[in-house]
Design a protein around this ligand. Structure first.
Ligand code: CU
Length: 245
């Protein structure tokens, strides 16, 4: 009798432990899970490509918003070579974890007949709010490969609400009215991504311990890849260097 009781207690304990580990796996890291920190910088080395001037003469309402000459926002660095607008992200290593999708919209402004930001990264199915701040009409026309293509007119002061359902790095976005207007939207199924600012820095902290493929994507310089292993509570720094082509 005693032995049977012990067996049933053991079986119950086993069931609990199996279902617990299953919950953790399916739900992603719980708040009590130890995480690792991964930070770094992206730099550009070599001779900068000649900046491509933009002429807004075709639409005087665009041209008069800029006092200085405008250039295409392609290879953007500071004086130290820190590279801006690079999407740094986890490409592999998260397994089948799933993550809650933010309900707060990501915003793209059309301002001065440019896309702000030039490169945006969002989550799949995260609301995307695209605003026209100009006194002229724009349209917004993403040309994805893995998502649904759409093309919407945006009269002055109007906005468009959309979302992309699937991961894609990165979707080109253009305005058919003003051919110099273009940007990119990178879409992720997890929260471990960053877009470098003027200082070229990125921060992918909060990663569960593990081995990851980290990629850095730039619109004209291509993609660079590194593999990194992070232990629990470990902090690591990595850097990416893009060279002149
Ligand atoms: Cu436009």
């Amino acid at each position: 009798m005693k032995a049977i009781n012990l067996i049933s207690i053991f079986a119950l304990a086993l069931t609990i432990s199996v279902s617990t580990s299953h919950t953790v796996k399916a739900g992603g890291p719980s708040p009590t899970t130890t995480t690792a920190s991964l930070k770094g910088t992206v730099r550009f080395e070599g001779k900068l490509p000649q900046p491509k001037p933009i002429s807004m003469a075709a639409d005087p309402s665009c041209a008069r918003q800029h006092l200085s000459p405008m250039f295409a926002q392609q290879v953007m660095t500071d004086s130290k070579g820190d590279l801006q607008d690079v999407v740094v992200f986890v490409a592999e290593g998260l397994g089948d974890r799933t993550f809650e999708v933010p309900t707060l919209p990501a915003v793209v402004e059309q301002k001065g007949c440019m896309y702000l930001p030039h490169v945006l990264a969002v989550r799949a199915n995260q609301p995307l709010h695209l605003v026209n701040d100009d006194s002229t009409s724009h349209n917004i026309h993403p040309t994805p490969i893995n998502n649904r293509e759409w093309n919407k007119a945006e009269p002055p002061g109007s906005s468009v609400d959309e979302a992309f359902a699937r991961e894609e790095i990165a979707i080109p976005v253009k305005c058919n009215v003003h051919p110099w207007m273009h940007g990119y939207i990178a879409v992720f199924k997890h929260p471990f991504f960053a877009v470098t600012g003027k200082d070229g820095n990125f921060d992918l902290s909060g990663l569960p311990p593990g081995t990851y493929t980290i990629k850095a994507w730039h619109e004209t310089l291509g993609t660079s890849t590194q593999t990194i292993t992070l232990g629990a509570n470990e902090s690591k720094q990595i850097s990416f260097v893009f060279k002149a082509m």
